[in-house]
Design a protein around this ligand. Structure first.
Ligand code: NAI
Ligand code: MG
Length: 354
């Protein structure tokens, strides 16, 4: 019997609505080629919906989406709705309630892309940022007092649990075992942040004991950002807390060419809940509606989703098609130095999948 994947699509806002359908078409194209079925269900959860209903998603949204095999998301957030409202009204509840604790962001210099770093080629930039995705610095613990007075104060607590820290370390080490270099680098700041980050370092050391055969290193986050630029070839798997991982996973793709190509996955490694796949970029209000967004990040994200579902060959085929589309300036978008618009880039990718 032909396998059927039930997939939830949330195009979201801005360019999310422009690029996600292209990724869906790429997934459909390889599905017929590799003999599986894909059944899409569309959800209109977005800032637009917030304007109409006062909520980013329905109250029982998590219940509605929990039974899908995977979630494919464009981007959410748009001027007119404060970013913390859109983020905490949709993305963060999905990541947390579906226990997608590993945020995985590959950084690879694809063939056909010139790195902004002089003299770097495809062999120099190939690493994966593994970001803790459900705790850490992004916590609801804290508050504001004396608002509007000169005594006004804001407090925000970070929470690192042993369970949460150990499981993200294990994910990173297990991932490193599948890669040729077998290295994990930890992003820390245990010199300045004196409670949570020394704890992070201890748990990293403990993980290293649990996973012999993996070479480890650690860097304070400040110098690590410099090394991403000066020595991207030093890195294989990078494990980081929620905030540090967020920052590194925008810097990484910039080094590999453009935020417009960067894919990401929010993984529930146990498979108890669906994992969610989204480009690293946001809704890009500055270019939304102009038809010039780069669809590669969304399409590559679709390949990550297929790989997670076990369709490795189909995923590799999409990656190949992306690289074909990047070969000439006429079929890649302007953020990559090309001349194509979204439709032109999409057409080249889809043609390469035929
Ligand atoms: P952004 O990623 O939307 O845009 C940053 C810059 O990169 C802009 O100049 C944009 O034009 C460019 N860019 C992004 N994606 C591109 C693509 N595919 N092709 C060509 N250029 C591209 O980040 P920004 O401006 O910080 O956030 C805009 C909105 O998106 C905010 O509401 C923010 O909260 C939301 N956001 C949502 C995310 C998500 O849903 N996962 C992630 C990041 C931001
Ligand atoms: Mg980010």
């Amino acid at each position: 019997m032909t396998k059927t994947y039930r997939l939830a699509a949330i195009p979201g806002d801005g360019i999310g609505k422009e690029v996600l359908p292209i990724g869906q078409r790429a997934v459909d194209a390889v599905a017929s080629k590799f003999g599986f079925n894909v059944e899409w269900t569309e959800f209109d959860w977005s800032c637009e919906r917030y304007h109409e209903t006062g909520r980013m998603m329905p109250e029982d949204g998590i219940e509605q989406i929990k039974s899908f095999d995977s979630i494919y998301l464009g981007a959410v957030g748009y001027p007119g709705v404060p970013d913390h409202v859109s983020l905490w009204g949709l993305l963060i509840p999905l990541r947390r309630e579906l226990d997608q604790y590993a945020n995985v962001r590959p950084v690879r210099l694809l063939k056909g892309i010139t790195s902004p770093l002089a003299g770097r080629g495809a062999e120099d930039i190939d690493f994966i940022v593994v970001r803790e995705n459900v705790e850490g610095e992004y916590s609801e613990i804290g508050g504001r007092v004396y608002q509007g007075t000169e005594h006004e104060a804001a407090i925000q607590e970070s929470i690192l649990t042993r369970r949460g820290t150990d499981r993200i370390m294990d994910y990173a080490f297990d991932l490193a075992k599948t890669r040729p270099r077998k290295q994990v680098a930890s992003a820390t700041k245990s010199n300045g942040i004196i409670h949570t980050m020394p704890f992070w370092d201890e748990r990293f050391a403990a993980a290293s004991e649990r996973h012999p055969g993996i070479e480890t290193s650690q860097f304070h986050i400040d110098i690590m950002t410099a090394h991403f630029v000066l020595h991207p070839d030093w890195f294989d798997v990078v494990v980081a807390s929620n905030l540090f991982g967020d920052i590194l996973s925008d810097l990484g793709p910039a080094v590999a060419g453009s935020i417009g190509i960067a894919p990401s996955a929010n993984i529930n490694p146990e498979g108890k809940f669906p994992s969610m796949f989204e480009p690293v970029h946001g809704s890009a209000p500055d270019i939304a509606g102009k038809g010039i967004a780069n669809p590669v990040a969304a399409v590559w994200t679709g390949a990550m989703m297929l790989e997670h579902l076990g369709e490795r060959e189909a995923a590799a085929e999409i990656e190949r098609a992306i690289e074909v589309s990047l070969e000439s300036a006429e079929t890649k978008t302007r953020d990559l130095g090309g001349t194509a618009d979204t439709a032109g880039s999409a057409a080249a990718i889809l043609a390469a999948l035929q």
